[in-house]
Ligand binder design. Structure first.
Ligand SMILES: [Zn+2]
Length: 320
């Protein structure tokens, strides 16, 4: 694990290296058992918008879920094959939001209704996207962790706000017993493309002094929104430093973030094999090719009738 003082030099190195790329930093104060995760995911959310042709409201809601899932990878062991799935199912018009993120910083997802209408609300004299209206206030948030033990761990909590950030904080407290502050934000350009997407997670682990807990709570409340900080040019390491100011923040982790879908012909074929043989036969009676579209990246895989023979042979092998 790299441990570096978050000095001006380190910040310059990070800026030179990552420039416009997406990444996450993990910072800790020198003394207290606190962890701060800050992620910049602007390009990643823009990629999601393009792949799924998301409307502005869908971009903001799915973008928040992408940032939230990336922050939740704090529950995974760094640089392993562990991954998690975040599923938000509210009663709003966007339907389900599914995001998968892994310990290596790769993320992908989809939403039920990518073309959901725009809902705005007035807040502090500004017009903002009303995410809770799009997601719905009633429903569930599910996290499925795959930790490489062969058995996935699933926990479900009710939605508490539909704004996603608070819902993730509630999940962390309720299911993982980790008191956390979570902020996720997405800001769009006039043309609907993503201007900023990012967020932070502050975890106070057992042994954090009450004084510091109170200080952090106050500090997080007083912080401008994530996208306001990003608009000022603040990078993840700057936001982490701001949260941990006067506590000698140190950089203990760093990873690049990208939208990545590992689907391939094999995984597409496997999903086709999940169909009943009879259904597949019917499909080929009406069509020359069977098409499988990946929910996560939109890639289309086409199979001809030989796949039917392959399925029958596979079944024969399994019977024996
Ligand atoms: Zn895919």
């Amino acid at each position: 694990m790299l441990i570096k003082e978050l000095s001006q030099e380190v910040k310059k190195d990070l800026k030179d290296y990552f420039q416009d790329r997406d990444y996450m930093v993990i910072a800790v104060p020198k003394k207290e058992p606190i962890r701060v995760y800050v992620v910049k995911a602007t390009n990643t959310v823009e990629t999601a918008r393009r792949i799924h042709n998301l409307s502005p409201s869908a971009t903001v809601a799915m973008g928040r879920a992408i940032v939230g899932a990336l922050l939740l990878t704090s529950l995974l062991k760094h640089a392993t094959n562990q991954k998690l799935l975040l599923k938000i199912e509210g009663d709003g018009p966007i339907g389900v939001i599914v995001v998968e993120a892994d310990a290596k910083g790769r993320v992908r997802g989809f939403v039920g209704n990518p073309q959901v209408d725009t809902y705005l609300k007035e807040e502090g004299g500004k017009r903002k996207f009303d995410v809770s209206k799009v997601v719905g206030k009633n429903g569930t948030l599910t996290v499925v962790k795959e930790l490489g033990t062969g058995k996935p761990y699933t926990s479900v909590v009710p939605l508490v706000s539909g704004e996603i950030g608070q819902d993730i904080a509630y999940y962390l407290y309720q299911s993982e017993q980790i008191p956390s502050a979570v902020a996720v934000g997405v800001k769009l350009n006039e043309d609907g493309s993503v201007r900023h997407a990012g967020g932070y997670l502050v975890q106070t682990l057992g042994g954090t002094s009450e004084k510091v807990k109170e200080l952090l709570e106050k500090r997080v409340l007083e912080l401008p929104s994530v996208t306001e900080m990003m608009e000022k040019g603040m990078r993840p390491e700057d936001i982490a430093t701001e949260i941990l100011k006067d506590m000698e923040p140190q950089l203990v982790g760093l990873k690049e973030i990208e939208y990545y879908c590992p689907c391939n012909e094999e995984t597409a074929k496997a999903s086709l094999f999940l169909m009943e043989t009879g259904e597949l036969e019917e499909l080929f009676e009406e069509n020359e090719l069977a098409e499988v579209t990946c929910n996560f990246c939109g890639r289309v895989y086409r199979f001809d009738k030989s796949v039917l023979e392959e399925k029958r042979e596979k079944e024969k092998r399994e019977e024996n």
